[in-house]
Design a protein around this ligand. Structure first.
Ligand SMILES: [Zn+2]
Length: 212
C-alpha cells in the first residue's frame, strides 16, 4: 500500500473523532500531508467510517486531485488542500460538524473559558458558503490567516489545523469544548470568559513550551 503511514494516521484519527462524538455518520473529514512527497491522505466521501480500512483512505495531490485509492476523496478536499498549500506550518487538517461549534458559528466570536483553550483563539467565523466549493476553501484560508488554528463555518461546522494530526485534533477538541462550555455557561447565566491578559500569557507560555 502506497503512503501507508499517512493513510493509517487518517484512519486512526477519524475513528478517534467518531469515538469522541466529534464526527457522526459520514460527516466531517480529516487530511494529512505526507512529510516527504507533496501528497495528502484524506477520508473518502460517503462511507461509514467505522468499517473503513487504511486502503480506503484516498490520496490526492496538493490541489485535491484524486491520485490513488478505491474511493472518491471527500468533497471538502479543496478546503483541506487549500490550507495545506497556504500554510507551510500546517501538515494536518480536521473538519467537523460538532453541535456546539455549529451553534457558536451563529452566535459570534468564541472566547476561552479554561487555559488550554487559549492556544486556539482567535476563532473567527467564515460566512456561509457552499460546501465543497473553491470559494469556501479561499475564505477558510483567508479567515485562518497566517497563524489561526480554528475557524467556525456558519451554518456548517468547524475547520481546524495543526503541525501534525495530534495538534489538529487538539484544536478540534478544545474548540468544541470552548463552544460547549460557553453555551452552557450562557444558558446558566454565569458566562465569564478568561481575562484577556491571562489568555495572552497562556498563549505565550504554550508557544514557548512548543519551541523547546
Ligand atoms: Zn462539512
Amino acid at each position: 500500500m502506497k503512503y501507508e503511514k499517512i493513510r493509517k494516521q487518517v484512519l486512526e484519527a477519524i475513528l478517534d473523532a467518531v469515538d469522541q462524538g466529534l464526527i457522526k455518520g459520514t460527516s466531517g473529514n480529516i487530511a494529512i500531508q505526507d512529510d516527504v512527497d507533496d501528497v495528502v491522505a484524506i477520508t473518502p466521501s460517503g462511507i461509514a467510517y467505522k468499517t473503513m480500512t487504511a486502503e480506503d483512505i484516498a490520496i490526492v495531490d496538493m490541489y485535491g486531485k484524486w491520485i490513488d485509492g478505491p474511493l472518491k476523496p471527500s468533497s471538502e478536499a479543496p478546503m483541506h488542500t487549500a490550507v495545506l498549500r497556504a500554510r507551510k506550518d500546517v501538515k494536518a487538517t480536521v473538519h467537523t460538524h460538532g453541535m456546539f461549534a455549529t451553534i457558536a458559528a451563529m452566535a459570534g466570536e468564541l472566547l476561552p473559558t479554561t487555559p488550554p483553550q487559549s492556544e486556539f483563539v482567535p476563532v473567527n467565523i467564515v460566512p456561509f458558503t457552499m460546501p465543497g466549493s473553491n470559494d469556501l476553501a479561499g475564505l477558510v484560508v483567508e479567515t485562518l490567516g497566517e497563524t489561526g488554528r480554528a475557524v467556525l463555518l456558519k451554518n456548517h461546522g468547524m475547520f481546524c489545523c495543526g503541525k501534525d494530526i495530534k495538534a489538529a485534533m487538539a484544536a478540534t477538541i478544545y474548540t468544541e469544548e470552548m463552544a460547549q462550555t460557553s453555551y452552557y455557561a450562557k444558558l446558566a447565566g454565569v458566562f465569564n470568559p478568561m481575562p484577556e491578559e491571562a489568555v495572552k500569557a497562556m498563549k505565550e507560555l504554550i508557544a514557548r513550551d512548543q519551541a523547546v
